[in-house]
Design a protein around this ligand. Structure first.
Ligand code: C2E
Ligand code: MG
Ligand code: MG
Ligand code: MG
Length: 286
């Protein structure tokens, strides 16, 4: 019975792999031209100042609704877009859209001088020699203040082609665009890059935030990451905050900026501007 059971399991496993492979190919094909067909949009998840409980900006997150596949998660399609090279067109569209929104929001009362929208940039985008030039030209064309745009890059994104990443980041830094390290502490890289790259922010990954209430080890890790960030001159954003207790703890250890479902889910642009207006008029008590 055992060999038969194993055989069935292996067959099911092989079938699953084939299904997965087919689904990946299907998604990869559907991705091509998705922005031109208006299947993509941006959602904005507010970033909250831990001290003053103000909306300091948002992270722009891609949303894809395909007519047959329905909503596809960026966690699934971004790696496929990176593999196929479609990430260049999609990434450029994300920056274009974001700059369009910033230009439209620039005169709003809630858009303070330090308000900024963070865009996620993938490793392959950053490995382009003309990434900074292209981005700065886009910003100029939209007539947007550079301080209103920031970037999020993962550690692996920075390490992928560190030599070129450094050149691009130095150019962006000189122009006044802040860069955050996303998913900090979850990769495999050394900390040496913190010494030399012009970074302004470390983002504490949700993996360290989710169990804060029950795990003394996670509390220690969050505190250590925060101290490390401050030690190298960076601010700290905590992501994935879902409970008031997590927010209280992160505030108590000096984390400057809060992000997570506890404050708000990622919102369509119109709902995000409504939230900004609401908070501007009646800030929530810290
Ligand atoms: P990320 O940059 O680390 O973004 C945070 C993810 O956590 C988002 O998932 C967000 O919706 C989710 N999140 C935020 N707060 C909470 C919370 O309190 N609880 C839980 N459970 N989740 C929370 P999303 O939107 O599915 O994006 C997944 C990843 O896809 C992002 O991770 C980012 O790496 C990538 N991504 C999204 N948009 C873009 C984009 O425009 N360009 C690139 N290159 N990557 C993107
Ligand atoms: Mg991010
Ligand atoms: Mg993140
Ligand atoms: Mg993350």
């Amino acid at each position: 019975a055992l060999p038969q059971g194993n055989g069935a399991r292996i067959q099911r496993y092989t079938q699953d792999l084939e299904d997965q492979q087919r689904q990946r190919l299907h998604i990869q094909r559907a991705l091509r031209g998705a922005t031109e067909r208006h299947e993509m949009s941006l959602a904005f998840q507010p970033k909250i100042c831990a001290q003053h409980n103000r909306v300091l900006g948002a992270e722009a997150l891609l949303r894809w609704h395909h007519p047959e596949l329905g909503h596809v998660s960026p966690g699934l399609f971004i790696p496929l877009a990176e593999a196929s090279g479609d990430i260049f067109a999609i990434g450029s569209w994300v920056i274009e859209q974001t700059l369009g929104y910033i230009a439209a929001w620039q005169d709003a009362a809630w858009m303070s001088a330090d308000f900024n929208i963070a865009v996620n940039v993938s490793a392959r985008q950053l490995s382009r020699r003309d990434f900074a030039d292209t981005l700065l030209a886009q910003v100029k064309r939209h007539g947007v203040e550079l301080a209103h745009l920031s970037l999020e890059v993962t550690e692996s994104g920075l390490m992928n082609d560190i030599h070129n990443a450094r050149q691009q980041l130095e150019q962006l830094h000189a122009a006044g665009i802040a860069v955050a390290v996303d998913d900090f502490g979850t990769g495999h890289s050394s900390l040496a890059y913190l010494k030399t790259l012009p970074l302004s922010t470390l983002k504490i990954d949700r993996a360290f935030v989710m169990d804060l209430e029950d795990s003394p080890v996670d509390r220690q890790l969050a505190r250590t990451i925060t101290q490390l960030a401050h030690g190298v001159g960076c601010d700290v954003v905590a992501e994935g905050i879902e409970t008031p207790a997590q927010a209280d703890y992160l505030r108590s250890i000096g984390c400057e900026i809060m992000q997570g479902y506890f404050y708000s889910r990622p919102l369509p642009a119109s709902a995000f501007t409504e939230l900004c207006t609401r908070w501007e008029n009646a800030p929530r008590p810290a």
